[in-house]
Design a protein around this ligand. Structure first.
Ligand SMILES: Nc1ncnc2c1ncn2[C@@H]1O[C@H](COP(=O)(O)OP(=O)(O)OP(=O)(O)O)[C@@H](O)[C@H]1O
Length: 448
C-alpha cells in the first residue's frame, strides 16, 4: 500500500514512517500542505494521513481537494480532540477516519486494518460518491468527546444526517450523551440558525402537552385568552428534540405520527391546517421495539421514528473514551469554577477506567466535579475519586459488606435517585418498580 503522511512534525513523520514500513507500506512524507498536495498528485497514494493543522494551509482545504480530484485516495485525518466541529466537517467532506493527537500507534494500526478491510470490499464497487459540503462553524456546537470505534460511528452518523431533515432516533442508557448528540446534529447542520427546541415527554401531562406542542386558539379552553403558538410552530425550520419519546401519551403519539407523515398540524381549538418544516429528533433509553410489541408505543410511530437510529453505547462498553473524557471534564471544571486545571494520578485513571459507570458519562462528569471541588491538592488520587464516586455511584467499587437486604435496597434506591437527579419516573425505570412502590418506599425512609 502507498501511504502519504502530511504533518509538520518531522519527528512524528519519522516514527510513522518506521511503523508503516514495518507493515510493508511504501511511505511518502511532506511537512507542508503545498508539498503534500504536490506529492499526492505525483505519487497517487491509496491513503493519505493528514494533520488538520499545517503551517501553510488549512487541512480541510487539502482534504476537499484530495476528495474532489483523487476520489480513489482515502484520507485519515489527525486531529486534536478539541477539534470536534472540524472533525465532523471532515467526515462530511469524505474523510475515511480520524485519529487523535497525541498519536497512539494502536489507533493507526486499527485505522489501517479498517482501511484494508474496506478497500478489499470496495475493489468491485463504483468509485466513492462525492460527499456534501459542511456548513461553516458557529461555535455553538457542544463538544462530544470520544475516540472509541462506536463513538467514531456516532460521529459519522451525525455528519451523514445533519444536513438533511431525516428523522433520527437516538438510543442509549441514561447519561450516555443522547441530548449532546441531538444538539450536535442541529448545530452542525444547515438549519443551525433556527431554533433547537426540547420536549421532555416524561414530564408532560396529556392535555397540557397538546397545547404546548400544537399551540392553541383564543378561547380553546378556560384561560386561553390569547392565541399561542406551540413548539412545532416556534421551531420553524429548526429542530424539535423529543426526549424520552417512549413516555409520550398514546393519544399524542397519533398526533405526532400525523405530523411526521404530513408535516401538518392544527392548533388546539382551531380548524386551519398549518404546515411545519421542523426536523424531528427523538431519544429514548427504553426498548421501543418491545414497547411497540406490547402496545405501549404505536408501532407505526416506532417505524417512522427509527428511519435512522444512532445507538450510543454505555460508557462501560467504550472504556477507551474514559481517559479522554476525564481530561476534557477536568479542563471544563477548571474553566467553569475558575480554578487551576487538576490532573489525576495513574491509580485514579485506572480506577476511572475500571469502574462500571452505571450513570454513564453524566456520572463520570459529576464524580469529577465533586472530586475536583472537594480536593485541595492539584492532583486527584484514587482515594479522591473513590470518595466522589461512592457519594453518588452504585456499589461497583465497594468492598463486600454485612448489610441487611433492606439497608442495601434503601442505599441503592437513594443512589439511583441521586443519579437521576431526583427524577422519580427515570428512577422507577432504572429500578424496575412502579411509581407508587417507589413513593411507598421513600415514605418508609422518612421522605415525603
Ligand atoms: N461524549 C461526550 N462528550 C462530552 N460530554 C458528554 C459526552 N456524553 C455525555 N456528555 C455530558 O454528560 C452529561 C449527560 O449527557 P446527556 O444529557 O446528553 O445524556 P442523555 O443520554 O441525554 O441522558 P438522559 O437519558 O438521562 O436524558 C452532559 O453534561 C453532557 O454534556
Amino acid at each position: 500500500m502507498r501511504v502519504l503522511i502530511i504533518d509538520d512534525q518531522a519527528s512524528l513523520l519519522d516514527s510513522m514512517r518506521f511503523f508503516l514500513e514495518q507493515r510493508k507500506c511504501k511511505v511518502y512524507t511532506a511537512l507542508t500542505g503545498k508539498e503534500g498536495l504536490k506529492t499526492a498528485f505525483r505519487e497517487r497514494p491509496s491513503l493519505v494521513i493528514l494533520d488538520l493543522k499545517l503551517p501553510d494551509m488549512d487541512g480541510q482545504i487539502i482534504l476537499k481537494k484530495l476528495r474532489n480530484d483523487m476520489p480513489a485516495t482515502q484520507v485519515i485525518i489527525v486531529t486534536a480532540f478539541q477539534d470536534m466541529e472540524n472533525t465532523i466537517n471532515c467526515i462530511k467532506l469524505g474523510a475515511f477516519d480520524f485519529i487523535h493527537k497525541p498519536i497512539d500507534i494502536n489507533e493507526i494500526d486499527s485505522a489501517l486494518n479498517r482501511f484494508d478491510k474496506i478497500n478489499r470490499a470496495r475493489t468491485h464497487q463504483d468509485p466513492p460518491q462525492k460527499q456534501g459540503v459542511a456548513a461553516p462553524s458557529d461555535g455553538k456546537t457542544p463538544y462530544i468527546v470520544g475516540k472509541s470505534q462506536p463513538m467514531k460511528e456516532v460521529f459519522k452518523k451525525i455528519a451523514m444526517v445533519s444536513d438533511s431533515k431525516v428523522t433520527v432516533l437516538i438510543q442509549g442508557e441514561s447519561g450516555t450523551g443522547k441530548e449532546v448528540i441531538a444538539r450536535t446534529i442541529h448545530y452542525q447542520g444547515a438549519w443551525k440558525n433556527h431554533p433547537f427546541m426540547v420536549v421532555d415527554c416524561s414530564t408532560l401531562v396529556d392535555t397540557l402537552t397538546e397545547s404546548q406542542l400544537f399551540g392553541y386558539e383564543k378561547g380553546a379552553f378556560t384561560g386561553a385568552d390569547v392565541t399561542r403558538k406551540g413548539t412545532l410552530e416556534l421551531a420553524g425550520e429548526g429542530t424539535i428534540f423529543f426526549d424520552e419519546i417512549g413516555e409520550m401519551p398514546l393519544r399524542l403519539q397519533s398526533k405526532l405520527l400525523r405530523f411526521l407523515h404530513e408535516k401538518e398540524f392544527i392548533r388546539v381549538g382551531g380548524s386551519k391546517v398549518l404546515q411545519s418544516d421542523a426536523r424531528i429528533l427523538a431519544a429514548t433509553n427504553l426498548d421501543l421495539a418491545k414497547m411497540a410489541s406490547n402496545g405501549r408505543l404505536r408501532s407505526d410511530l416506532f417505524y417512522r421514528l427509527r428511519v435512522v437510529t444512532i445507538y450510543v453505547p454505555p460508557l462501560r462498553d467504550r472504556r477507551s473514551d474514559i481517559s479522554l473524557l476525564a481530561n476534557y471534564f477536568l479542563k471544563k471544571i477548571g474553566h467553569k469554577h475558575q480554578m487551576p486545571i487538576k490532573t489525576i494520578t495513574s491509580g485514579a485513571r485506572q480506577l476511572l477506567e475500571s469502574y462500571a459507570w452505571p450513570g454513564n458519562v453524566r456520572e463520570l462528569e459529576n464524580s469529577l466535579i465533586r472530586a475536583a471541588v472537594l480536593t485541595k491538592s492539584p492532583v486527584l488520587t484514587r482515594e479522591d475519586i473513590l470518595n466522589a464516586i461512592s457519594e453518588t455511584g452504585v456499589d461497583a467499587v465497594q468492598e463486600p459488606s454485612e448489610k441487611t437486604l433492606a439497608e442495601v435496597e434503601k442505599e441503592h434506591i437513594l443512589q439511583v435517585l441521586k443519579i437521576k437527579q431526583g427524577h422519580l419516573g427515570k428512577a422507577c425505570r432504572t429500578l424496575g418498580i412502579s411509581r407508587p412502590t417507589l413513593r411507598k418506599k421513600l415514605n418508609q425512609y422518612g421522605y415525603k
